[in-house]
Design a protein around this ligand. Sequence first.
Ligand SMILES: [Zn+2]
Length: 424
Amino acid sequence: MACLKIGPDKKGNVAICENGKVVFYGKEASAPKVDICETLEAKDAEILPGWVCAHTHMYSALCPYGMPAPKNAPQNFTQILERVWWRLDRAIDRDILRASARVYTAECLLQGTTSIVDHHESPDFIEGSLDVLADALEEFGARGILCYGATDRNYGKNEGKRGIDECVRFVKENKRPLVKGTMGLHAQFTCSDDTVKYCGDKARETGVGIQVHVAEGAADVEDAIARGFKSPIDRLEKLGCIVPNSIYIHCIHMSSEETKHGADLGLWFVQNPRSNNGNNVGWPYNLNYAQKVALGVDGWSGDMIVERNAGRELAIKNGDDPINIDHRLYSGWRMMSDFFNAEFGPLNDVENCRRSTKSSVADLRIVDDQGVRHTVVDGKVVVRDRKLVHGDIDQIRKEAQEQANRLWERMVAYPETYEYHYDD
Ligand SMILES: [Zn+2]
């Protein structure tokens, strides 16, 4: 039986992990007598729960490796999508995606982010794409939730169906214990009614939630109204896309009533402060009306301390309370608890804490003055002394640069003017 002892840490506590759970956290003298297979020192360090990144796009991990700017500078959010992201995602093939997912996962673990919730798009490489992402998570030992963000925008309704079918295939076939699948839509405004409805049907059939960008830009709201609905959330609800464990991302242009309504229906929401600021789409004030709100990065680096610090500053700038950003970061643990049906989050010190006797999942970061020293996922050491256990970060970054060079060459072949095929 795999058993890991961590510590003692600077408080004099040790953590004992067995079968992926922290079965004891407290003074060494009170620790149960078990056979220890492996030890991890934590001198002058703290044993803390690993971070959860509640929304990202691993496919965009190569952007820091020299992505060229579009020839015509985008003037609004729709143009940012058309001229940058919707050219990038079509240029992705298997090798590019593999390099993106590997470098993103590896960097997350080195930064103490143990769970990655990913929303994927690669319209010219749909079938099998979720396995490429899942293999990267599994290779380095990370936890994750994956979906393909289906859309009709490039090739019509058949493209939307193929995206949803990829989610269904993955949900049914995936056997990796640390990875879950959900259904996914890119955003309701890039999907026909048939595709949105098909997604809801398949979510209910497979018993999983839906990840979807909602009301990120004003165009999403205008589109829903033009289609005869009150709002994006009204359209998603009427077409059957509000199912348990669904994750609605951004929700900036959503009214307080709709946010409350979504919260009553049990939805998860995700705020992505750096991305929203970068795209100049606004601040999601109405998320203060919901309880289940987590923090994501939307394709930016998975370092949650960087996102939290940027989020706090942006909250102040926008006249909101920065403590909400901290609460959203901690809510990521509750999101994982919902999806993995186990307790995630802070460890319970047996001497000082009587509030819970449940074991926490052993997803941990051991942190000192210099940052993350070790990372543990499911009770297994995945970063030791700031180095990946299952890979060489220099080699992974080198491969990322090689594939990034290919990606930029392929990307310029796609025009910056976009031809839509939403309802074909
Ligand atoms: Zn996103």
